[in-house]
Design a protein around this ligand. Structure first.
Ligand SMILES: Cc1ncc(COP(=O)(O)O)c(C=O)c1O
Length: 430
């Protein structure tokens, strides 16, 4: 049963007063999520009871810590529908997972003249690693356009994929538009063209039921901190066929089998890609976060967030001077509302609503190419999670109204509209 009052009690931070006694309203969940007490407690429990390095020690605590760490791999495997636990690799975050792939898969699989296909709605962490690869190998990076309805242009995608396309790397859900891409369909296109398909699930894994095998992609990456877990833990799920052949990304302890004065051999999967002491405490706490999310149910989370999004979009209609980005159909988008207005800078909006205790994001959202496509330098973004409420949205709308009144934005926009209309009338009567 989805009991919002009970859920909210699990998050101590939601009791925090921010400004003038206003309780925190946290609408910056696309940046990072809040953490339930069970996750916070598990960190303390680890450090107070069984803090030890893993895999190497034979003492009791080392065994306990190793067991707890490896159990999380098992949990991630079933959470994300991976085939085997040795195909689940822990990294620091989505960004590191994507860098690992661009480097290692790039070394194995990409040659001069090849092409990498991304989309116009990618986060920088799914662009820069490929630009870095491009600077090592003479390859092209191409971008699938988005449509006027802020969806991926699937027709263009089919035209852009050629025999030269070695890797297609796309976001599952856009951190700016909220658009959810049809990964299954793209996986078929990738397969038919012999391209490796990578899915950036940083924004989807926390909010919808994501099944690696069902989606049919080759690699899938996401971050713990956006899904109630701690920072400093990322996941890379992949197919052994590639992982076994890929060269290691980082070298050092843990990732080796044998080292001599001449050379080294690599460890088995997944440790081949987990060099050095991993983030033991945070991985263990991430396991607690996964249990927590699964208890609530990802289907329930998605359904509730869609309800919140629909409610907020409806309320925002009263500000007809706002440009709201993202698919009109709530089934094709989720949990994220990005908006702008030419009169007031998004930073000013975010600063004013902050006075009411409301945390939203303003800026380019690590998606500067997408901002260029949208013809803005920045936008404001409210992003929801399952602990948010309709009452919080009402307060947000109230605070927005105050902000717009402060900037006399309604009046300014009427003026702008008036000028545009006058200009249009002048040109049509000429
Ligand atoms: C779609 C998407 N990809 C990748 C990332 C990068 O995630 P991280 O900062 O955890 O590496 C983000 C972060 O906001 C994101 O929204």
């Amino acid at each position: 049963m989805f009991d919002i009052n009970k859920i909210r009690k699990d998050f101590p931070i939601l009791e925090r007063k921010i400004t003038d006694g206003n309780k925190l309203i946290y609408f910056d969940n696309a940046a990072t999520s809040q953490k339930p007490k069970v996750v916070i407690d598990s960190l303390v429990k680890y450090y107070e009871n069984y803090n030890a390095n893993i895999h190497r020690g034979v003492h009791k605590m080392a065994e306990e810590a190793t067991c707890a760490y490896e159990e999380v791999r098992q949990k991630v495997k079933s959470f994300i529908g991976a085939r085997n636990e040795d195909e689940v690799i822990f990294t620091r975050n989505t960004t590191e997972s994507l860098n690992l792939l661009a480097y290692s898969l790039g070394e194995l699989f990409v040659n001069e003249g090849d092409e990498i296909l991304l989309s116009e709605m990618e986060h920088h962490s799914n662009i820069i690693p490929w630009y870095i690869l491009r600077s090592r190998k003479k390859i092209k990076v191409k971008f699938i356009p988005i449509t006027d309805n802020y969806e991926l242009d699937y027709k263009s995608l089919e035209q852009l994929v050629t025999k030269k396309t070695k890797i297609i790397s796309l976001t599952h859900k856009s951190n700016v538009l909220g658009t959810v891409n049809n990964i299954k369909k793209i996986a078929q296109i990738a397969k038919a063209n012999g391209a490796v398909f990578i899915v950036d699930a940083a924004q989807s894994a926390p909010h919808l039921s994501v099944d690696f095998q069902d989606l049919g992609c080759d690699f899938l990456v996401f971050s713990s901190h956006k899904m109630c877990g701690p920072t400093g833990v990322g996941v890379l799920v992949g197919r052994r066929e590639y992982l076994e052949k890929m060269p290691p990304f980082l070298g050092g302890g843990e990732m080796i089998r044998k080292v001599t004065f001449e050379d080294f051999t690599t460890n088995d999967l997944p440790w081949k890609f987990e060099a050095g002491t991993p983030n033991i405490a945070d991985v263990i706490a991430f396991g607690v976060a996964i249990d927590y999310l699964q208890n609530i149910g990802l289907e329930n989370i998605y359904k509730y967030e869609c309800e919140l999004t629909e409610y907020a979009l409806d309320k925002l209609k009263q500000f007809d001077f706002l440009k709201i980005y993202g698919a009109k159909d709530c089934n094709k988008r989720a949990g994220i509302i990005t908006f702008s207005n030419p009169v007031v800078h998004p930073h000013d909006i975010a600063t004013i609503v902050d006075q009411y205790g409301i945390a939203i994001r303003a800026g380019h959202h690590c998606a500067q190419p997408l901002m260029k496509k949208l013809n803005v330098s920045a936008t404001a973004r409210a992003s929801f999670y399952f602990y948010n409420t309709k009452e919080e949205i009402d307060l947000f709308v109230y605070a927005l109204k105050k902000a717009f009144d402060y900037f006399a934005i309604g009046a300014c926009n009427e003026l702008i509209k008036g000028k545009i209309n006058a200009k249009q009338n002048a040109t049509t009567t000429r």
